[in-house]
Design a binder for this molecule. Sequence first.
Ligand code: FES
Length: 158
Amino acid sequence: MLGRLFQATTRSFLNGSRSFSHTNVLFNGEYEWKDPKSDDEIVNITYITRDGTHKKIRGKVGDNAMYLAHRYDIEVEGACEASLACCTCHVYVDEEYFDKIPEPKEEEEDMLDLAPVLKPNSRLSCQIILKKDLEGMTLTLPRITRNFYVDGHVPEPH
Ligand code: FES
């Protein structure tokens, strides 16, 4: 299944003469809010929704911008649960903050190429991880998104 993120917590144990290992799995959709430990961790951002509403939300260092939006009921679809297999989490990043976000991976660029209404400041919100210097950033939702798995995409056989 797409959309799984494997947490690097592996426990090994011995059972008789055979060795087994067990891996804890963290599913992407299983975002769990944890309160910030101090004010130094808080990152305030604003989402501008499709109807133009400015929603100021409070996150913290390390939060994924898409899952944070979900926590505040902001309509960012996120069809593939951050596995870089869709472009439904497309947002426009404040130009002032755009260069503060690490360069997109090739897979993100490939998905952005499929996004309608692409702009130079387009990014996938599931790939934006909050850090302190993103304090005050605004992310704007595009007028439309395209879920190509639903909107006519025919997968090629492997
Ligand atoms: S949720 Fe699919 S790429 Fe972000």
